[in-house]
Design a protein around this ligand. Structure first.
Ligand SMILES: Cc1cc2nc3c(=O)[nH]c(=O)nc-3n(C[C@H](O)[C@H](O)[C@H](O)COP(=O)(O)OP(=O)(O)OC[C@H]3O[C@@H](n4cnc5c(N)ncnc54)[C@H](O)[C@@H]3O)c2cc1C
Length: 457
């Protein structure tokens, strides 16, 4: 094993919204930060080949449950946010209040920094508009959703779509904040897969990672795991925190799809508009799959007509995403051992009934539902169970800051929440450093011993 050589203030593992936010804040506060990311940093092209490598690679970024639900995560710099739909959703403040975590100031700060808001009418495509009008016509309170989008950079004529569209520059993603962290002095290592945290006397001393076939050790005063809901629990387990990776959520989803005769068009931005049926445990939004995925999901359920040229251009779609109960476990190798529970299947079915009514109202024919997939795994290292209100584990300087820490069933897009957590953790870590520096100065002023550093608490 070779050693990195440098000692860092903080090592951050993973570059999704959780990790990128902490990295940026700490680098701006002049900490020496090392960021370790398993994925690469290929320029984002929005083509299907890249999505296959980074989002749909079986066994790496695309994990399949025993009942054949596919769970996707982005393995690349920026994590899943490179492929997300850019929808911003307020956290459930009341849920986090119960655990002693108030995210209101941090979320307000994120909102002030980023252009979060509903789409301007010119950017809501004709199919989304049709869905919204049809939903309202049958009495649903369907509205434009907030997006993480620099709308002034979007041309309304620009084709919109799923992965990385409208264009890299238009949709905020976590790689942008990693770039800012690097500009402020952080070191980013890509292709660096972290396996475990080294612990001595209940204190984390460093991490072990592999990169280009080499095993490397890096040391730091604080370590933040932000490897996502499926990545961080595996590292925690390897490091001795055995309770990680049990009883979690994935926010399962299906699509209701139909065909329109007269409204044919290119992709539109998914999740432009929708409704959160909180009491029924699901949300409904418009959704437009790129052709390859539209055909793949149709073939999976025996809809062979979708291979016809232009069939996808006529598709009208609604996503039904459920707030599922906590269940299952991660296997020793990180596989997902979890089935869709009957109560969650019932929520999806209920949502499908509503979506079907909206599509029918919109004039769609041949309406069908797809198989189940998921894209929000979380709750694998829960607040109040494996991490405290400062996201600290049982080891005094080891933290988790990603979707793993969400303590209860969630059922809402998590990115904004995770950025709030990232800001809050960074504040805690910078405050801890200030406190330890003040102690050092006080000891020195009192004629005490040579410089030392307290383990921040
Ligand atoms: C297709 C899709 C659409 C989505 N749409 C939305 C949306 O509209 N709005 C929303 O809020 N959310 C959306 N999400 C969910 C959102 O993207 C994720 O919830 C969010 O990115 C999770 O952030 P995270 O920091 O927990 O982890 P991730 O984004 O998963 O990042 C984890 C990072 O850690 C890295 N990593 C993993 N293991 C290791 C390891 N051992 N060593 C080093 N690095 C490692 C990964 O490569 C990755 O970069 C979507 C997700 C997908 C897949």
């Amino acid at each position: 094993m070779t050693s990195e050589g440098t000692r860092y203030d903080t090592i951050i593992v993973g570059t999704g919204p959780g990790g990128a936010t902490v990295a940026r804040e700490l680098a701006r506060a002049s900490q020496r930060v090392l960021i370790l990311e398993w994925g690469g940093r290929e320029p984002v092209t929005a083509n299907f080949g890249q999505a296959l490598r980074e989002l749909f690679m079986p066994g790496r970024s695309f994990l399949i449950t025993p009942d054949l639900m596919g769970v996707a995560r982005g393995i690349t710099t920026g994590g899943s946010s490179i492929y997300y739909c850019g929808t911003a959703f307020e956290p459930s403040y009341e849920m986090f209040d119960k655990y002693g975590v108030d995210l209101r100031d941090e979320i307000a700060e994120v909102r002030a920094e980023l252009p979060i808001g509903p789409l301007e009418p010119r950017l809501i495509g004709p199919k989304s508009q049709r869905i919204m009008e049809s939903a309202r016509a049958i009495g649903l309170d369907w509205k434009p959703l907030d997006k993480f989008l620099y709308q002034d950079r979007c041309e309304s004529s620009e084709p919109m779509g799923f992965y990385c569209a409208p264009s890299y520059e238009s949709k905020w993603n976590a790689r942008m904040w990693i770039d800012e962290a690097v500009a402020a002095g952080a070191i980013l290592q890509t292709g660096a897969r972290v396996h475990k945290v080294l612990v001595e006397s209940k204190t984390a001393t460093g991490v072990v990672y592999t990169q280009a076939g080499r095993t490397v050790r890096a040391d730091a005063d604080n370590i933040v795991l932000a490897a996502g809901g499926l990545g961080s629990p595996m590292i925690l387990r390897e490091s001795g925190i055995r309770g990680a990776g049990y009883n979690f959520f994935v926010d399962p989803l299906i699509f209701a799809l139909g065909e329109l005769d007269e409204l044919e068009g290119p992709g539109e931005l998914p999740m432009s508009t929708g409704i959160h049926c909180d009491e029924d445990g699901y949300m409904l939004t418009d959704f437009f799959l790129p052709r390859a995925l539209d055909v793949a999901t149709a073939l999976q359920v025996g809809r062979f007509g979708k291979v016809r040229p232009r069939a996808s251009a006529r598709t009208l779609g609604i996503m039904i995403k459920a707030r599922d109960v906590l269940a299952g476990r991660l296997s020793k190798r990180g596989g997902i051992r979890r089935r869709l529970m009957p109560v969650d299947a019932a929520k999806l079915e209920h949502g499908y009934g509503r979506a079907h009514a909206v599509l029918a109202q919109a004039g769609a024919r041949k309406i069908y539902r797809t198989g189940t997939i998921a894209a929000h795994p979380g709750g694998t290292a829960k607040l109040g169970e494996l991490v405290d209100e400062n996201l600290r584990t049982e080891f005094s300087n080891l933290y988790v800051c990603d979707c793993s820490v969400v303590p209860e069933p969630f059922g809402r897009p998590p990115t904004l929440t995770l950025m709030g957590f990232g800001k809050r953790l960074a504040r805690h870590l910078v405050g801890a450093e200030d406190r330890s520096q003040r102690t050092v100065s006080a000891v020195a002023a009192a004629g005490g011993g040579s410089a030392f550093r307290l383990a921040p608490r």
